[in-house]
Structure formats: structure tokens, C-alpha cells
Design a protein around this ligand. Structure first.
Ligand code: SF4
Ligand code: SF4
Ligand code: FES
Length: 612
């Protein structure tokens, strides 16, 4: 990294060549006020961050450092210029409520710089047509952060600047009320807006902010919850590596279940004589009674002991949610194997993406995605297969859409039309269940054209000639007949994938939850290996997982036959090491999967299940 010498507030420091003055100042703990600054994107519309550089006034968030700069962040000229800008911004700035003003960064600066805060006046232009967001145009200072959030970061393309001159304003779609637009309620504009002009309808100030991981899909977004009196009152995107501040509708607005009065807070035990069955309309307290933790644990422990002594440990099964932490998952599988003595332990990884985990582990050595999410932006060609990621993984979709907008080739392969296809160069609506034929035909065509990566194949693969021979039947004509995809399209997409590198493949359950799910995934892995599209930035294989810790569930050994780190329970040496470590006797058989446990319960072989 090239470093340059600059002086900031009289301090001589080394700066990274190309970093902004704002970035440098923040690294050295110097605060510069900002309003329109949006991490990762260039904006520079408000000028609140003005500083003096070698006698000239410059916006610090978009000015890059260079050798010999003398920067003054609080010189009289910089302060005066900032004050003038703040006064101008405050001139046409009106809030509708105290809550809105309380979260306004501009009004916060007004207080700090000894200026009058904006008045609170109700406004008939208020747009409250959206179910979760309210837009107050009177509080808007046209900083354009919402436009960046919506069109460049989330790539939902709903918000735009419309009008001209003094009539310039923020609008939605073709200038319709927000609630009538195609807004997908990701809330990015709300999180970005520094004035509260765009705000959650039910926002309330919080006492503290807690950072955690979003409880929904496998993207693993960092989320910050505002908490007041022990209740979550709002959510916003945290700056984690998977989401860089973004959330989707689920993470942003789907947190109210946390405060639900229906959540269980005390152990419940079925009342004597009440038969098992659905609750229907009955109140839960008609069926269960509250007991203390000691009572509940004693009842469960004695019943489990009784069942084990009568039917053996294999009559007990355990299923844990993949929305649990690694620590809980690890502890649960250890409990099932050590305390109960049963390997009937499972979570959802063995259902949804098991074909992905299995094929990736078999062919690449580890059953996980090969790249960080942000690396999607480095791919020249992206294949999205069997997925509706705009709905299932909207934050990942935002990276795919951004890459496509920046010029990457996007190919969407799915029997049904999905929204993502709007950004695609090719939308391939193949016949359901014909994926292997399509990808094998692509592989054969790449081989026939000599577009494969011989060096990569020689160094990192085995069984190549045998596999090559197995592809003989997969001619383009055959593939067209079976898949319904014109041969010419298969040709063009194969060319893109093989030659417009680096290429990346993303997939979800559209190809894994099939009888031939493993073969589907394997045919994608083969394509990547054939063209050397693994192990380099922008190339790779990305199964997109359903629950936020489904990967952790598998890694921690919450799966039949697999101890932590995918170590086989059937291997006597592996068992010996774990037994020594855990000081217990482990089962040596492979237990049932969750689906098998249900069937075994139906047959009377599983007598009790612990579901966490
Ligand atoms: S909520 Fe999301 S999609 Fe809707 S306008 Fe805001 S940024 Fe755009
Ligand atoms: S709505 Fe908020 S983020 Fe958008 S331009 Fe106005 S002040 Fe800026
Ligand atoms: S924060 Fe730098 S120009 Fe607005």
C-alpha cells in the first residue's frame, strides 16, 4: 500500500494514498460533521463536511488525500463555511413531531453550532401511504442518501430525484405515493436518512442499542436493535461483512415477534388428563400449567431416564433449530451424544442444502460457500440457478443486481420467472428437473470448443478423462430436446461462463430439494472445475442457505453420524479422541435424520424427541 505524508490539525501523519480526508480523520479520531456521506459510495451533495486544505475549502468525504496536504478541520474559515451551510439547510427544514426532530442529525448540529433547531409544524404533504414508513417532504434536505440507498446500494430503484431547480424533490417510482410504488420495504432509505424525513411509522427512541445477527436467512446480516425497557423498538442494518449496513424487509421490520405476548417465558407441563393434540382455539393455559424450571427439568430427566432404561438411548431423538448459536448447537449435540447416548441428532442442514454440502465436501473438500458475499461484485459472469433471491435473500440479490448494473453478465436459470431476471442478460426457463442435462451440455460444449482450463484441471482435479467420456450423450440437440432451452442460448451462456471470467454460480433450494439434488449441484461444481472458476476472487460456488446458522449447525456436528468438524462417528479413532475429550461413551452407530425420526416415531421406535 502506498502511503503519503499529510498534516491534519497540526499533526503529521501517514495516510493511505487514495483514502478520503474524512476516512483519514476518522482513523485518527478526529470528528468531522457529515450529513450526506454514505459509506462506500460517492455523494458530496451537502458540503457540511467542509475542511480547509492548503488554504482551500474542500468537502472532506469526497476529497482524496495526497502528499503534502495541510488539512484543518476546525479552522475559522472551515467552521464559518460549515455554519453558513447549516443555516441554509435549516432554512427550509421543518419537522412534524418531536420524535422526528430528536433523530435528526441536522438539528443535532444546529444545537452544537448554536443555531435554532427546525420548528415542529404538521404538514399536509406528509406521505403515510406506506404500511411501515412515513415520508415527510418538509424535513427533507435533498441530501440524496435515500437515492443512493435505494438505487445504488440495495438496487431496488424506487427512489429518485425528480423535478428541476427549486422544484427538485424526492419521488417514488413514476412520482406516485410511496405506498403505491414497488417499494420492497427494505428500509434502507429510512436507515440512511439523516433527518428523519423518511422514518419508521412506529419508531420510538431507545435506551440502548444491541448488535446481533439477523434471525432470518443465511446471509447473516448484522443488525442493530434499539431496546427500550427490555423491548425491541426498532431495527437497523449494522455494518457487518455480509450486509454492509443493509437489511431486507424481514430484518428491518420483522422483529415484533420478539415482543409478542405469545412467547413462552416459563416452562409449561401438560395438565394431567389433557390428551395430546392440536390446541385449536383453546387457550394454552387450558392445556398446560406453568411450573418452575427445577420441576420441569426433573420431570423431563426422569421421563427420559425411564424411556432409556426401557427402550435404549436410540429411542430418543433431538432436533435443534439452525437459528441457534454455534455454542448452543455444539452443546446440544454433545448433550444428545454424551448424556442421552443417541446419535439421533439433526437440524435443517441435512434437509435443504444437504446435496450442496455433500457435493461440495466430496468434490472440494468442504461443504460451504467458497466466497464472501461481497465478492459477487468481482464476478464478470454470474449464474443464479434455481433461486428467487429477490425474495429469499434480498441483501445478496442487491449485490447481484449491483454487479449486473456495473456490467457483469447475469444469467438466471429457473423454470419460473423471477424478479431478478429484469437485470439478466439471459433468462433461461428450463423444464423442471432438467438442470443436469443443461449444465452437462454446457460442459460438453466448453470441452468441444477447447475453452476449459487445462492447467487448473491438471493441478486440482482427478478422474477428468472418465468424466469427459460421461458427457458424450449431452449434445446441444439432446439438451434442447430435454430442457426446452434453444441450443444457441446454451452455446452463448456456456461461452460467457467459460470465457468471461471470473464466473460465479449461486443457487438455492430450487435445485437441491430434488431426488437428484446432489447430481444437480455436482454438475455445477464440475462446470466451475472445468473452467478454473474456483479459488480466485470473483469466481466460486455459492449455495445460499436458508437459516441464519445452518452452516454452523452442520459445522458443530448437529447431524447424524457427524461429530463437530464433520468427523465421522463411525471411525473408532475419531470416537476415541472425542470420548477422551468429553469423558463419555459415544454411540458408534449413525443415527436418524429428522425426517427419519418422524417416520420412526410413527412406527413406535422413537419414543421421545427433544426439539430446541
Ligand atoms: S424501503 Fe427500500 S425499496 Fe422502499 S424506497 Fe426505501 S430503499 Fe427503496
Ligand atoms: S429523504 Fe432523507 S435521505 Fe432522502 S434526500 Fe431527503 S433528507 Fe436526504
Ligand atoms: S457529508 Fe460530505 S458532502 Fe455531505
Amino acid at each position: 500500500m502506498v502511503m503519503v505524508k499529510v498534516v491534519i490539525n497540526g499533526m503529521e501523519v501517514e495516510a493511505r494514498d487514495g483514502e478520503t480526508i474524512l476516512g483519514l480523520a476518522r482513523r485518527f479520531g478526529i470528528e468531522i460533521p457529515t450529513l450526506c456521506y454514505y459509506e462506500g459510495f460517492s455523494n458530496g451533495s451537502c458540503r457540511v463536511c467542509v475542511v480547509e486544505v492548503n488554504g482551500r475549502l474542500m468537502p472532506s468525504c469526497i476529497t482524496r488525500v495526497s502528499e503534502g496536504m495541510k488539512i484543518e478541520t476546525e479552522s475559522p474559515r472551515a467552521r464559518e463555511a460549515r455554519l453558513t451551510i447549516l443555516k441554509l439547510l435549516l432554512k427550509n427544514h421543518v419537522h412534524r413531531s418531536r420524535e422526528e426532530r430528536d433523530r435528526c442529525v441536522l438539528c443535532g448540529y444546529a444545537v452544537r453550532y448554536g443555531l435554532e433547531q427546525a420548528p415542529i409544524i404538521s404538514d399536509e404533504r406528509l406521505d403515510d401511504t406506506h404500511p411501515a414508513i412515513v415520508f415527510n417532504p418538509s424535513a427533507c434536505v435533498m441530501c440524496r442518501k435515500c437515492v443512493i440507498a435505494c438505487t445504488m446500494d440495495q438496487n431496488n430503484d424506487i427512489i429518485a430525484v425528480i423535478g428541476r431547480g427549486s422544484g427538485t424533490r424526492i419521488g417514488f417510482d413514476l412520482d406516485v405515493p410511496m405506498g403505491k410504488s414497488d417499494c420492497v420495504s427494505c428500509g434502507a432509505c429510512v436507515d440512511a436518512c439523516p433527518t428523519g424525513a423518511l422514518m419508521e411509522k412506529d419508531w420510538a427512541p431507545a435506551d440502548k442499542v444491541v448488535e446481533t445477527t439477523c434471525p432470518y436467512c443465511g446471509t447473516g446480516c448484522t443488525v442493530e436493535y434499539g431496546v427500550k425497557d427490555g423491548r425491541v423498538v426498532w431495527a437497523r442494518g449494522g455494518y457487518g461483512p455480509a450486509n454492509e449496513g443493509k437489511l431486507c424487509i424481514k430484518g428491518k421490520f420483522g422483529f415484533h415477534y420478539i415482543n409478542s405476548p405469545e412467547r413462552l417465558t416459563k416452562p409449561l407441563v401438560r395438565k394431567p388428563g389433557v390428551p395430546k393434540g392440536p390446541l385449536n382455539d383453546r387457550d394454552i393455559h387450558e392445556v398446560f400449567m406453568e411450573v418452575s424450571w427445577d420441576e420441569a427439568l426433573n420431570i423431563v430427566a426422569s421421563r427420559i431416564k425411564e424411556i432409556i432404561s426401557k427402550y435404549g438411548p436410540a429411542s430418543i431423538g433431538g432436533i435443534m433449530s439452525d437459528r441457534s448459536t454455534n455454542e448452543s448447537l455444539y452443546a446440544f449435540q454433545k448433550f444428545m451424544r454424551c448424556a442421552i447416548g443417541s446419535d439421533n441428532i439433526d437440524q435443517s442442514a441435512t434437509l435443504c442444502h444437504e446435496p450442496s454440502a455433500w457435493s461440495l465436501a466430496t468434490q472440494l473438500g468442504f461443504g460451504a460457500a467458497t466466497n464472501p458475499i461481497r465478492d459477487i461484485l468481482n464476478a464478470r459472469t454470474i449464474l443464479v440457478v434455481g433461486s428467487n433471491i429477490n425474495e429469499t435473500h434480498p441483501v445478496i440479490a442487491s449485490y447481484v443486481k449491483r454487479a449486473a448494473k456495473q456490467g457483469s453478465h447475469l444469467v438466471v436459470v429457473n423454470p419460473m420467472h423471477t424478479e431478478l431476471a429484469r437485470y439478466a442478460e439471459y433468462e433461461i426457463n428450463l423444464r423442471p428437473g432438467t438442470d443436469v442435462v443443461l449444465f452437462s451440455a454446457m460442459a460438453k460444449y466448453i470441452l468441444d470448443m477447447g475453452w476449459y482450463d487445462e492447467d487448473f484441471i491438471g493441478k486440482f482435479t482427478e478422474g477428468f478423462e472418465e468424466w469427459r467420456r460421461s458427457l458424450e450423450p449431452f449434445t446441444l440437440d439432446f439438451a434442447e430436446r430435454v430442457t426446452g432451452v434453444p441450443a444457441d442460448i446454451i452455446r452463448q451462456v456456456a461461452r460467457l461462463y467459460a470465457l468471461e471470467k471470473p464466473s460465479m454460480i449461486l443457487w438455492t433450494l430450487g435445485i437441491t430439494e430434488h431426488e437428484n439434488g446432489t447430481e444437480n449441484v455436482s454438475s455445477l461444481i464440475n462446470l466451475a472445475l472445468l473452467t478454473g472458476n474456483v479459488g480466485k476472487p470473483g469466481s466460486g460456488l455459492m449455495p445460499l442457505r436458508g437459516q441464519n446458522n445452518v452452516q454452523g449447525g452442520a459445522d458443530m456436528g448437529c447431524a447424524p453420524g457427524r461429530l463437530p468438524g464433520y468427523q465421522p462417528i463411525t471411525d473408532a479413532e475419531v470416537r476415541r479422541r472425542f470420548e477422551e475429550l468429553w469423558r463419555c461413551k459415544l454411540p458408534s452407530f449413525v443415527g436418524f435424520r429428522s425426517t427419519e425420526m418422524i417416520e420412526m416415531a410413527r412406527r413406535g421406535l422413537i419414543k421421545a424427541m427433544i426439539i430446541v
